[in-house]
Design a protein around this ligand. Structure first.
Ligand SMILES: [Ca+2]
Ligand SMILES: [Ca+2]
Ligand SMILES: [Ca+2]
Ligand SMILES: [Ca+2]
Length: 326
């Protein structure tokens, strides 16, 4: 009968196995073989060949890798714009050194989130096979930029530029005038908008000036015309007055002559002795005299004078008549 080992001896086998396993796991080579993250990551983030950058420009984006891993690393570095790959290039990084990498990028208008990532890093050693590793920090921080349009290339984006096309007219003024604020020569006639607008304004000012001068001349002409009309009217009135005066004078003279004739007639009547007929004729003469006096009054401003003369003549005529009767 085979004697059995004591139970506590079988437990020793487990302790020995665990001890050697611990020793094995504690060796450095094995820990590396488990791809422990390597702290060789990015140092200076991301920078650009120029800032600010604008749409339609091609710029260069840079990044740097500081290798503090204790061994050389090879791999690729990939650049992203809004998660779209801009470009990728291979790198070889010496332990303890910093290397710079870049990619060229055609900028478009809008917001851009730029980041850089290290792809497929491999530990490189002259006495061992290449070994894939994991970097502690393989992706850079994301840098956000807004790329504006700079139509006139003066390094001031249209958002901040008062004169986007640099033609001398502000965007606001161009919109007011119906011109294109993004084009120096809106109508393609070879003259910049400002030059053309300046000329147009000069022309308009000249036209306004000429119109005003013309208006002044017209006013002067109108004044002259009015003056001429007034003069003419005055002359006509004067002529009429003169004519009237002459007419009145003439009429007065005629009346005087007529009255003289009447006096003569009355002398004849007084010789005739026919009392009733004399009275009728006398009344008729008086009536005619009054009518004539009224006519004179109607036509003559100096009617008082003429009326006075007429009255004096009548009085004379009456006196003469009295003397005749005697
Ligand atoms: Ca500009
Ligand atoms: Ca302008
Ligand atoms: Ca313009
Ligand atoms: Ca033009």
């Amino acid at each position: 009968m085979k004697a059995q080992l004591p139970q506590h001896k079988s437990h020793y086998k487990y302790f020995i196995f665990i001890f050697f396993l611990f020793i094995f796991l504690s060796t450095p080579n094995y820990s590396k073989a488990l791809t422990k993250p390597v702290n060789s990551g990015f140092v200076s983030g991301i920078w650009y060949s120029q800032t600010p950058f604008f749409a339609d420009e091609t710029i260069r984006i840079y990044s740097a890798i500081q290798n503090e891993s204790g061994f050389d690393i090879t791999g690729s570095i990939r650049f992203y714009d809004n998660d779209n790959i801009i470009g990728e290039s291979n790198f070889s990084s010496i332990s303890g050194h910093l290397i710079e990498e870049w990619v060229d990028w055609a900028v478009t208008e809008g917001e851009h989130k730029i980041k850089v990532e290290i792809i497929n890093p491999v530990k490189s050693s002259p006495d061992s096979a290449p070994e894939a590793i994991t970097l502690l920090s393989s992706i850079s921080e994301t840098a956000t930029h807004y790329a504006d349009i700079d139509t006139d290339g003066d390094r001031v984006g249209n958002t901040d530029d008062d004169d986007d096309d640099n033609d001398g007219l502000t965007d606001e003024r161009e919109i007011e005038l119906g011109l294109n604020p993004l084009k120096k020569d809106t109508d393609n006639d070879g003259k910049d908008d400002s030059e053309q607008t300046e000329q147009q304004e000069l022309i308009e000012n000249k036209i306004n000036s000429d119109t005003q001068t013309s208006d002044n001349d017209e006013n002067k002409k109108t004044d002259n015309k009015e003056t001429t009309i007034v003069d003419k009217a005055t002359n006509i009135i004067k002529n009429i007055s003169g004519t009237l005066e002459k007419g009145v004078n003439s009429a007065t003279q005629k009346i005087i002559l007529s009255l003289e004739r009447k006096v003569n007639d009355l002398e004849d009547i007084s010789d005739n002795k026919d009392t009733s007929n004399n009275k009728k004729k006398s009344f008729l003469k008086n009536f005619l005299s009054i009518m004539l006096s009224l006519l004179i009054w109607l036509f003559e401003n100096k009617f008082v004078l003429y009326s006075s003369i007429f009255i004096i003549l009548i009085i004379i005529w009456r006196i003469l008549r009295i003397f005749k009767r005697r």
